[in-house]
Ligand binder design. Structure first.
Ligand code: V47
Length: 364
């Protein structure tokens, strides 16, 4: 049912884009910029909601999952990051395999997905990760293990003196199913140089994901926005992800991450408004015509904004999470974890139908 008349979009200068969206035609970089410049963010949201509804109806997905951070020690020292510690610094930690298993036992969730990421620790070799993955898979054979950003994969390769393809193959054998989307930040080199100069470059990040896709693995992708990047940089990032998906097809979900400013060395002049966050999510839905899901990550967005995002193009609410450190160190005010019934209530509260999924987005 079309509730909004074409005139509404046409009066906002979006006639051409509306027509393309209706026909399922690909939007250009310039279209993306027009969506950012449109005076009415609600019109952009309505177009994104049209696409989201065409793809997923009124469903909003969630997963019973658990996040585990194995270390906060990281050699990269990205200026935006509030989570990183130096080796030996107060508050630094490294989990043992037993610690990781104990966290899963303590949550007593029977998770369908376990998301494991950490920092680029200078000393942890691949055997440590293989050991953790195989122990978790042995205890929870059906779980989808979504672990290690492309940046960590590249780091393991450099520590071991082997290729990233070898790292992926070995971890896959040990139980790794998917890569999460972190570490993409913003691909534009001038911005990357300022916010994460020691991290993998955009091309390196994309190459690891495309290698994983060639090995038959699914991956996610992210964009960190609302710091020093421009709107052009955001569209450039989305177009590069779309091109990468055209080459391999293995991205399942895109997660737009609004920058949280606490405990960060990065000072920004103009913090994001709530509407700019929502508009960016909507533009992502409209530009990423070949990535099936857009995640409203309630941890970083906050629960209420994540609910609104479900009407601005997002269709996934992430999951129970249990314990989260990266966003909370940076000032996230959301709770630590949510129960299945809380997630369902949040999703119903914005008029969507909750659908439980597994790590691969199969309905369960
Ligand atoms: O890569 C770091 C970001 C990411 C801050 O794949 C920050 O399903 C905001 O990638 N403010 C990690 N963001 C989180 C992530 C993720 C989360 C949930 C699901 C999935 C998935 C992936 O968090 C980092 C970085 O881009 N980040 N610091 C900050 N201050």
């Amino acid at each position: 049912m079309q509730l909004l008349k074409n005139d509404y979009f046409d009066n906002m200068g979006l006639a051409e884009i509306r027509a393309k969206v209706e026909k399922g035609e690909r939007l250009t970089f310039e279209d993306g910029m027009k969506l950012f410049e449109c005076p009415e963010p609600l019109a952009v949201g309505a177009l994104a909601n049209m696409v989201r509804t065409r793809m997923h109806g009124n469903k909003a997905f969630y997963v019973v999952n658990q996040h585990i951070n194995y270390t906060n020690v990281c050699i990269n020292g990205c200026v935006f990051c509030a989570y990183q510690r130096e080796e030996g610094q107060d508050g630094s930690f490294v989990l043992t395999k037993a610690d990781a298993l104990a966290k899963l036992e303590a949550a007593a969730l029977a998770p369908r997905e376990v998301h494991i990421v950490g920092g680029c620790h200078p000393k942890l070799g691949l055997a440590y990760f293989e050991d953790i993955l195989s122990a978790i898979k042995e205890r929870y054979p059906k779980v989808v293990l979504k672990c290690f950003t492309a940046v960590e994969i590249a780091h393991f390769a450099s520590i071991e003196g082997i290729t990233t393809k070898e790292v992926l193959t070995r971890l896959n054998k040990a139980g790794l199913d998917m890569l999460p989307g972190g570490g993409a930040e913003i691909f534009a080199p001038e911005v990357r140089e300022q916010i994460c100069p020691r991290k993998s470059t955009a091309d390196e990040w994309l190459a690891v994901h495309e290698e994983a896709h060639a090995l038959g693995m699914k991956t996610n992708c992210t964009m960190l926005f609302g710091h020093i990047e421009s709107r052009e940089d955001r569209i450039d990032h989305l177009v590069r992800l779309r091109e990468s998906q055209d080459r391999g097809g293995g991205y399942t979900c895109f997660i737009p991450l609004p920058f949280l400013t606490e405990n960060s060395q990065l000072t920004i002049e103009q913090p994001l408004t709530g509407l700019e966050e929502l508009r960016t999510i909507a533009v992502s839905r409209l530009m990423l015509d070949n990535i099936p899901h857009i995640k409203a990550y309630w941890v970083m967005l906050g629960v209420k904004q994540a609910q609104a995002a479900l009407k601005f193009g997002a269709d996934d609410f992430d999951g129970t999470v249990v314990e989260e450190k990266i966003g909370h160190e940076a000032g996230a005010t959301s709770q630590q974890g949510m129960t299945r019934s809380e997630l369902e209530e949040m999703i119903r509260g914005c008029g969507c139908t909750p659908v439980e999924r597994d790590g691969y987005f199969n309905e369960v």
